[in-house]
Ligand binder design. Structure first.
Ligand SMILES: Nc1ncnc2c1ncn2[C@@H]1O[C@H](COP(=O)(O)OP(=O)(O)O)[C@@H](O)[C@H]1O
Ligand SMILES: [Mg+2]
Length: 205
C-alpha cells in the first residue's frame, strides 16, 4: 500500500491469509478513516473522540489517532517546520492505512494544514478516506484557546503556528464539513455518524 520508494530492493511483500474483507465481515462494518482536519481548537479531538464513543456504542471496532499523542512517540523526533509536518502526516497516513486494512473505523485528529499532504493520504487509502473539515472560524478557535497556544503564538512565542504564522489550506472537496462553532457537539456527532450510515460504512443500530 505504500507509495514510498524503498531503500532496499530485497524487501518482498508478504500477503496475509486473513483479508481486509474477512476482517470487515467479522467486524460487521467497513474499515475507513475519518480524517479530521482544521485549525487548532476547531474541535478535531473533541469530535473524533465523541464520534468514537458513539461508534463504540454501536459495537464498532474503532481507534482515535490524535496528533498530540503521536508526537509523544512515533513522531517525537519531528518539529513543526513545513518539512517535518509533511513527514508527520506521511507516517500517520501510512499508519491509518494499516488500520483500515485491519478493518477498523479509524479517526485521526491532525491539523494537517497542507492540502497536498492530505491528498497523498487520500491516494494511499483510496475510497475509504473520508475527509472531515472542522471549518470553525479562526476567531472562534482563538477565543476558545483551549491550550493557551494562540495567546503564545500572538506573543511570538510559538513559531510556525497554523492560522497565525503558518498557513492552513482548507480542503476543496471534503466529504464532510462540520462547523463546531455553530452547532452543539451532539449535532456534529450525528452529522458524521449519519454520513457513515448513508455511505453503508456501518449499519444503523
Ligand atoms: N460542537 C463542538 N464540537 C467540538 N468541540 C466543541 C464543540 N463546541 C464547542 N467545542 C469546544 O471546542 C474545543 C475544541 O478543542 P479541541 O477538540 O482540543 O480542538 P483541536 O483538537 O481541533 O485542537 C473544546 O474545548 C470543545 O469543548
Ligand atoms: Mg486536538
Amino acid at each position: 500500500m505504500s507509495n514510498q520508494q524503498q531503500k532496499s530492493s530485497h524487501v518482498v511483500w508478504h500477503e496475509s491469509k486473513v483479508s481486509q474483507t474477512m476482517r470487515e465481515q467479522s467486524n460487521g462494518h467497513q474499515g475507513a478513516v475519518l480524517w479530521f482536519t482544521g485549525l487548532s481548537g476547531s474541535g478535531k479531538s473533541t469530535l473524533a473522540n465523541a464520534v468514537e464513543e458513539c461508534l463504540h456504542g454501536m459495537k464498532a471496532k474503532t481507534f482515535v489517532i490524535d496528533g498530540d499523542n503521536v508526537r509523544h512517540g512515533l513522531c517525537a523526533d519531528l518539529s513543526f517546520s513545513d518539512e517535518d509536518r509533511v513527514e508527520n502526516i506521511r507516517r500517520v497516513g501510512e499508519m491509518a492505512g494499516l488500520f483500515v486494512e485491519a478493518g477498523i473505523l479509524t479517526l485521526t485528529a491532525f491539523i494537517s494544514p497542507f492540502r497536498a499532504d492530505r491528498d497523498k493520504v487520500r491516494s494511499i487509502i483510496g475510497e475509504r478516506f473520508i475527509e472531515v473539515h472542522c471549518n470553525t472560524a479562526l476567531e472562534i478557535c482563538e477565543s476558545r484557546d483551549v491550550k493557551g497556544l494562540y495567546k503564545k503564538a500572538r506573543a511570538g512565542e510559538i513559531p510556525d503556528f497554523t492560522g497565525i504564522s503558518s498557513p492552513y489550506e482548507a480542503p476543496e472537496h471534503p466529504e464532510l464539513c462540520v462547523n463546531t462553532g455553530n452547532h452543539d457537539l451532539s449535532v456534529c456527532v450525528n452529522q458524521v455518524v449519519d454520513y457513515l450510515i448513508q455511505q453503508h460504512v456501518i449499519e444503523a443500530t
